[in-house]
Design a protein around this ligand. Structure first.
Ligand code: SF4
Length: 443
């Protein structure tokens, strides 16, 4: 079990000397327990205690870096069972599998399609993270398919060899990209450990039960391989969820280091709808890497959108910079709309303004990422705040009129806002969906 703040306090000098920057040893202990400070800030802690605290500060689920270069990504490092307890930290990597039995052209074309799966949503780019190459053919073909994938994308690669010998050959060809080896089992872990050590590569451990997983991970660690991911193989979805929940519970609540690794899931299904649904379940519980088969845009978009939602910090809404945004060729007679800086609100308004094809200005007010009604109730979207935003945005010098469109939900602000800003307030629609026709009918 992780040490509590009081447990840590018992190990500190208790002199309250303030050298760590905090007023008491207890306050320092609480920060250590929350992992927001490191033990070396206190010069009086013994080396033995420091070592103990450093071990404690390691995340219960290990963080791994997969791949190399700009496309590499972090997996694992999670600290909570439920997102609302704090947040999920490292968005799970989404990858797609390619069979080595495809022709060279088919492999290159499939990778090209995978590379193109990028979407912009609420100001963020959503893209995929991995390509897996699976061996169905002989060793030579597997290596050739790996090389084609490497030449066609910078994404991290998973090597799914059917034997340690094939994996070694492909790992040798792809070693500079630090591919992920799939997979070590109770029968081959010594050979896989040897490949992993020779090329310094991470490994997926696969076993049908948690006991067997623990056995193999312990053996691999004793052989000097500890960059691991865990896979419990193909099973009915309910059993996979059970496994994933138990792995996380064991790692976080029982400090079971043998299961303290990110989870790897093959979520392939011939039916793309079922595959997307299955991936959605694994995103919520508790995969760190998910490999799919379907590469249709709609499927990738749905999976990536859910991932974006699950991996936002529930205590920090997605925000855009609060400022003036021209839409289209906005000029001195263009309408001016005001909204909040909650990303979802802003981009919904933006989409409707763009759909109207009427060049406009949108001013986003700093509401700490709250939506219109929430911000109004929290007194962040007030007549004063809107008036200040108008002043600071520079809009007054850019337009000839003094009309301001506000969201219908805050019509109540009209009078006070007119007084404070000097603008004539026009109450817009309550829902963003009405903005397009509202602008078209605006005189
Ligand atoms: S530096 Fe160490 S002894 Fe001093 S207040 Fe901080 S924790 Fe306590």
């Amino acid at each position: 079990m992780p040490l509590s703040g009081l447990d840590i306090y018992k190990l500190l000098p208790k002199t309250n000397c303030r050298r760590c920057g905090l007023s008491t040893c207890l306050a320092f202990a609480m920060q250590l327990a929350k992992k927001t400070m490191s033990a070396d800030k206190c010069p009086f802690i013994s080396e033995q205690t420091k070592k103990l605290l450093e071990e404690q500060s390691q995340p219960a689920i290990r963080t791994l870096i997969l791949g190399e270069g700009k496309d590499r990504f972090e997996a694992g490092g999670e600290t909570v069972m439920f997102r609302h307890e704090e947040k999920f930290r490292n968005p799970c990597g989404i990858g797609f599998v390619i069979e080595d039995s495809l022709s060279d052209e088919e492999i290159a074309s499939r990778v090209k399609k995978i590379n193109s799966l990028k979407f912009e949503r609420v100001g963020q780019v959503l893209d995929v993270n991995m390509v897996a190459v699976r061996q169905n053919s002989d060793q030579k073909r597997f290596v050739r398919a790996t090389e084609i994938v490497m030449d066609s994308t910078g994404l991290p690669v998973v090597l799914m060899g059917s034997s340690p010998a094939s994996l070694r050959q492909a790992a040798s060809a792809a070693s500079e990209r630090k591919p992920l080896l799939y997979c070590a089992t109770k029968d081959n872990f010594t050979q896989i450990a040897s490949i992993a050590k020779d090329f310094r590569l991470p490994v997926v451990v696969s076993a049908p039960s948690l006991d067997e997983l623990s056995y193999v991970t312990k053996e691999l660690v004793s052989l000097g391989v500890d960059a691991l991911l865990l896979d419990t193989g193909r099973k009915p979805l309910s059993e996979k969820i059970w496994d994933a929940t138990q792995i996380r519970r064991q790692a976080l609540k029982k400090a079971n280091r043998a299961l303290g690794y990110p989870e790897f899931v093959m979520a392939e299904n011939d039916d793309p709808y079922e595959e997307a649904a299955e991936a959605a379940v694994h995103i919520t519980k508790y995969a760190s890497v998910i490999i799919l088969k379907g590469i249709q845009s709609w499927e990738a978009l749905s999976v990536l959108t859910l991932r974006q939602n699950i991996y936002t910090d529930p205590q920090k809404p997605l925000q855009i910079e609060p400022r003036l945004y021209p839409v289209g060729e906005a000029g001195e007679n263009s309408p001016v709309l005001v909204t909040t800086n909650f990303s979802l609100t802003y981009y919904t308004v933006l989409g409707e303004v763009e759909a109207s094809k009427i060049p406009s200005y949108i001013i986003s007010v700093d509401t700490e990422g709250m939506s219109v009604l929430t911000a109004w109730a929290a007194e962040k979207f007030t007549a004063q705040a809107i008036s200040d935003s108008l002043e600071n945005s520079g809009i007054k010098k850019m337009i000839k009129h003094k009309n301001l469109i506000i969201p219908g939900y805050v019509a109540v602000l009209s009078g006070e806002l007119e007084e404070k800003s000097g603008f004539k307030v026009i109450v817009g629609p309550k829902e963003a969906a009405g903005i397009s026709s509202f602008l078209k009918n605006l005189n």
